[in-house]
Ligand binder design. Structure first.
Ligand code: ZN
Length: 72
């Protein structure tokens, strides 16, 4: 347990705040490491934006809708 906490503190120290750019959601205290794997990161220039797993799925669905008009 102590190791997990140290891990979280270390990743927090990396300076990238995990906030979903779409819905403003933040991962739970213990889920940050998981979120880094499951959320999509978008790096443009110096800014890093995150999109949570839920929004990525929504986003993907709308992209698929656009790419495949027969879907409608
Ligand atoms: Zn989101």
């Amino acid at each position: 347990m102590r190791d997990v906490r140290a891990e979280g503190e270390r990743s927090a120290a990396e300076g990238t705040a995990l906030v979903c750019a779409t819905c403003g959601r933040r991962p739970e205290a213990g889920e940050e490491a998981t979120a880094r794997l499951t959320w999509s990161r978008d790096t443009s220039g110096a800014a890093t934006t995150w999109t949570c797993d839920r929004c990525s799925r929504e986003h993907l669905r709308s992209i698929e809708g656009k790419l495949d008009p027969t879907w409608w």
